[in-house]
Design a protein around this ligand. Structure first.
Ligand SMILES: [Zn+2]
Length: 86
């Protein structure tokens, strides 16, 4: 019986669930994230041919200044809109 060990594992699990996926974007401005299917698999042929790369903090600041809203993953945003509708 090691209840302390169990609670430690539990809190680590919760931390992982709260961790946001990293935003990535392509050269032509498509935005995705590191969740499966939200962007080409990192370092795949599509990833490199469309020039996807992780968004840095300065990328986000520049995007928000140009577009007027914070960058968000297009797939995650679509899912959020569907949830809001149902
Ligand atoms: Zn996403």
């Amino acid at each position: 019986m090691r209840p302390r060990g169990e609670s430690h594992a539990e809190s680590r699990c919760r931390m992982n669930a709260e961790k946001k996926p990293t935003l990535v974007w392509s050269e032509d401005g498509q935005i995705g994230c590191t969740l499966p299917t939200h962007a080409p698999y990192a370092w795949s042929d599509t990833w490199s041919s469309e020039r996807w790369r992780p968004m840095t903090l300065s990328d986000r600041v520049q995007f928000e200044a140009e577009v007027g809203r914070a960058p968000e993953c297009e797939s995650c945003a679509a899912m959020a809109r569907q949830e809001a509708r149902s």
